[in-house]
Write a protein that binds this ligand. Sequence first.
Ligand code: ARG
Length: 245
Amino acid sequence: MKKSVLVLASLGLTGALMLTGCGKSDDVLVVGTNASFPPFEYVGGASGDEIMGFDIDLARQIAKDAGKTLKVENMNFDSLIVALNAGKVDFIASGMTITPERQASVNFSEPYYEATQMVLVNKDNNSINSLDDLKDKHIAVQLGSTGDIMAKSYSQQVTAFNSGFEAVMELKNAKVDLVLFDSEPAISFLEKNPQLKMVELDFSPEFYGFAVAKDKVELLNSINTSLSTMKQNGGYDAIVNKHMK
Ligand code: ARG
C-alpha cells in the first residue's frame, strides 16, 4: 500500500515535471529577441516594459496562425542562436540577417525585410566618405551582429557592445569615431540624437529572416506560410506602415 502511494506520488511528480519541463506548453510559441533594435524590437508601451515592434507583430501573427499564443524572451543578441539550439526558444525574430555562417547552425524563413549597414557619426565629423575611410577608425558595433563582423573586415579597432544603444552612447561621448549598425535602427537612434548624422556608404543589402532550429521543419513551414499569407492579404503592409516611417 505504502509502496504504491509512493510510486503514484513519484509518477505524479514526474508528470508535473514533464509538463512544466522547460517552461513551455503546447499552446505557447516562444520567440527569442534582443529588444534594443527599434523599430523591429524595443522595450516601451504604456507600462514601459512591454516588448514591441515590427518583428514582434509579425511573430504574434505567426503564433496566431499556428493557434498559439506568443511568449517573448528578451536576451543578448549573441545568445539567441545558442538559446534556439538549446530548445529555450522556438524561433528567433530579431532583425537577424540571413548569412551562410548562421545557416550552418539554423534554418531561416523566407527573407522578410531588406536592410543595409549604415554609419553614424557626430555631426562635426566629415572624415568618412568611402568604405576605405573606415580603415583607421575606431568603430562601435553590437556584439555578434553583421555590423561587428563587417567592421572587423575594415578596421583593427572595433569595440562591441551588448546593444546598439550602448554603442551610440560611446559615440556621443566621443570614445569611438563611428557606429556601424543596421539602417532602420540607425535612423531611429538619429531621431533621438540630433547631435549625430548618418553617412550612407556602399554596403551590400542584407535580408532578415526568422531563425528556426534545423530539426523544426514543420515550424519553419508554418512561419513561411504565415509570411506569404500576410504578404498577400495586406497584413504585412499594415505592419510595415505601423512601424516604418
Ligand atoms: N541584422 C544584424 C545581424 O543580423 C543585426 C541584428 C540585431 N538585432 C537585434 N535585435 N539587436 O547581425
